[in-house]
Ligand binder design. Sequence first.
Ligand code: TYD
Length: 215
Amino acid sequence: MTASGLFVTFEGGDGSGKTTQLRRLAADLRAAGREVVETREPGGAPGAEDIRRLVLEGAPGRWSPVSELLLFNAARRDHLEHTIRPALDRGAVVLCDRFADSTRVYQSAGRADGTPGADPALVEALHQLVIGLEPDLTLILELDPATGLDRGFARGGAETRFESLGADFHARIRDGFRALAAAHPERCRMIDASGDMDAVAARIRAAAAPLLDAR
Ligand code: TYD
């Protein structure tokens, strides 16, 4: 639980439509009179955005799983200190595009080339030591990985390092998010991200309503 604001994270595979849906929920909440901070990971603060470029650009094998884990945590700590904590302390709703669950799922998943992922116990221990914050609500958008990847490549740009990791990898990511939702039913909600944007937005509003209406 957060101090006074509300911390909501959007998670899911690449191209699942998180970013669009986050913006829609933000607009709805602002229309209802709430202060909303929209942010994303990796990034969300100037130092963390510098680290984003290091982890998302370049060759798929550029970083080992553990080096990558440390970079994501460095970025997250900076984001927490400069953006998330101050916003929660003044009572805002923070909507964050990816957070620690992405690290739990992506950095523990082995790579397409057979490189094993980081040890899940290390991922968890590091999170508890240097971050120690869990969302009030985590919306996990699930979409068939092939559809999601097509959307990711169609978007283009330099940030294709994770999209290049292969179909098996992305199927493991989907399974990882399902397992995570099962392990944390108190805060995680699976959202069917197929179909048109309005239908997905309605599912999200329904999943978030109990929490948002209560606080
Ligand atoms: P993002 O820019 O949110 O891409 P998308 O819009 O496709 O979700 O995230 C970029 C990539 O970074 C994405 O493939 C997931 C990966 N990632 C991790 O591996 N670990 C993390 O902790 C985070 C935050 C992201």
